[in-house]
Design a protein around this ligand. Structure first.
Ligand SMILES: [Zn+2]
Length: 140
């Protein structure tokens, strides 16, 4: 198991709880949680739509939640995916760019794990920096 710090553990636990709220029509449940500049944790879940492209990923939902509360920067993020997924839990390309847009700096940590019914599978936990996962972000 990857060693994670206290904040990352809290973010993974919060994302795991948020995953249970996911609105899923055909996909899998995903939860996310961000540590925002105000020191608070804001969670999000994926919300699907029958209209292609209209739904949103959990990561963007969590960031939008932080923005709603006046935050413009995030300091860490966790993503938790259902154990039903065959894929490794990680943000999609669009979310990596969105995380970059609101990241305090490119070295913020992205914690990823799989979970089910609030139980986090410790062997699936992994932590990378944003710049490791998105080495060439779009910059204005
Ligand atoms: Zn995404």
């Amino acid at each position: 198991m990857v060693k994670i710090d206290k904040i990352e553990k809290k973010l993974v636990e919060t994302a795991s709880k948020a995953m249970e709220s996911a609105y899923v029509l055909w996909g899998l449940k995903v939860g996310a949680a961000v540590l925002a500049e105000d020191g608070q944790i804001y969670e999000g879940c994926n919300i699907e739509s029958w209209i292609s492209g209209l739904g949103t990923c959990a990561e963007r939902c969590a960031i939008n939640h932080a923005v709603l509360h006046g935050c413009r920067k995030i300091e860490a993020i966790a993503i938790v995916m259902s154990i039903q997924s065959h894929n490794e839990p990680r943000p999609c390309g669009a979310c990596l760019q969105y995380i970059y847009d609101f990241a305090d700096n490119p070295k913020i940590k992205i914690a990823m794990a799989k979970a089910e019914n609030g139980r986090i599978l410790s062997e699936t936990v992994r932590v990378n920096t944003l710049e490791e996962m998105l080495p060439f972000p779009f910059k204005k």
